[in-house]
Design a protein around this ligand. Structure first.
Ligand SMILES: [Fe+2]
Length: 348
């Protein structure tokens, strides 16, 4: 069977219509057409959710909804169905009139069939067409999602390649992701948010791919001009990644990870809580990891110095509450390390 053909013996339908004679007519017609299960209820029923689930936990493959255009309640019911039923909806009406089709399509129906004109056979064929179109659209969505996932994996490899050019930044984005998630957890983010935050952290410096290597790997201090070029990396990342739907929710965190609490950061000079929370978290995780790790131009800072710098940056560079959270995490890790007789923070 082709993907655009419908196996009626595997397809369950629900008919919702307030008008008993039309309801029975449609139910009978679709049963005769060989659909596996056809059940019919008044559209205004209080238990629509149960009906659409067929009482068996299985969503109806398609809902036929009878519209009486002059009955306001009927439009409300249609809206209500869309709250809990994501499958295809076919509106039917006794006679079509101007603007009706557009109105039902706006409310999420696939089409509107005039039963008076097309009758029983028209209903069968329209149900098949809507089911086939829904199936094809779902396959396209699925493929698109799969392609985007693949693309995100490729980008992750690109981040690793970018970082591997400098042995001292090899694990930087991974490490910033770990610290960001630790801070985010204490700040009360959900598990789903922590996963997304971690991914934003992995990509936080993705824009460095567009910065010339002589600036990126310069062992000495950057000149003012070079620093201006370097400052473009968050917006380069935003521009490069903005076409990917799967990363869309991460863009504010990536774009603003160099803002400062006092408004002297870049690219938008956002102040305090105007900077998105995830960006504020990545900012402090990034600063901590950079201070505590070796770079071509510097040795790792001892933990006491890092703590001092974090405190100095409180309410200047960093969100004060996040500094407290970071200090708490560092203290906990230190205590844990001491309990195990191992070296603590800053000696990674
Ligand atoms: Fe950065």
């Amino acid at each position: 069977m082709n993907q655009d053909e419908v196996d009626r013996s595997e397809t369950d339908l629900v008919v919702l219509d307030n008008e008993p004679s039309w309801r029975e007519f449609q139910e009978r017609a679709l049963r005769r057409a060989g659909f596996r299960q056809v059940v019919a209820y008044p559209g205004k029923s209080q238990h629509l959710d149960e009906y659409l689930n067929h009482g068996s936990g299985r969503k109806a493959d398609l809902v036929v909804f009878g519209i009486q255009p002059d009955n306001d309640g009927c439009w409300e019911h249609l809206r209500a169905i869309r709250q809990f039923y994501e499958g295809p909806l076919l509106a039917t009406t006794e006679r079509n009139r101007a603007g009706l089709r557009d109105r039902v399509i706006d409310l999420g129906c696939a089409d509107c069939l005039s039963m008076g004109e097309y009758g029983e056979e028209g209903l069968e064929l329209k149900v098949d067409t809507v089911l086939a179109a829904h199936r094809i659209n779902s396959m396209i969505d699925e493929n698109d999602h799969r392609n985007q996932r693949l693309f995100v994996n490729i980008l992750t490899v690109m981040v690793k390649i970018l970082e591997s050019k400098d042995p001292y930044t090899r694990f930087h984005s991974h490490s910033v992701a770990l610290w960001s998630r630790m801070i985010g957890r204490k700040k009360g983010l959900s598990e789903e948010e922590l996963i997304r935050l971690g991914l934003a952290a992995v990509f936080h410096d993705f824009g460095k791919i567009g910065i010339p290597e002589e600036i990126l790997n310069k062992p000495s201090r950057l000149t003012d001009e070079e620093f201006e070029v370097m400052k473009q990396h968050p917006t380069i990342a935003r521009d490069l990644l903005s076409s990917l739907d799967l990363l869309h929710d991460l863009l504010p965190a990536i774009t603003h990870h160099h803002e400062r609490w006092d408004g002297r950061g870049y690219p938008a000079a956002l102040r305090a809580e105007d900077t998105p929370l995830w960006a504020r978290i990545i900012c402090i995780a990034d600063a901590y990891d950079t201070m505590a790790s070796r770079r071509t131009y510097k040795d790792p800072m001892p933990t006491e110095r890092v703590i001092e710098e974090l405190k100095k940056g409180r309410a200047q560079q960093f969100d004060p509450e996040l500094v407290d959270i970071m200090l708490e995490i560092l203290a906990e890790r230190e205590a844990e390390a001491q309990a195990q007789g191992a070296p603590g923070n800053g000696k990674k």
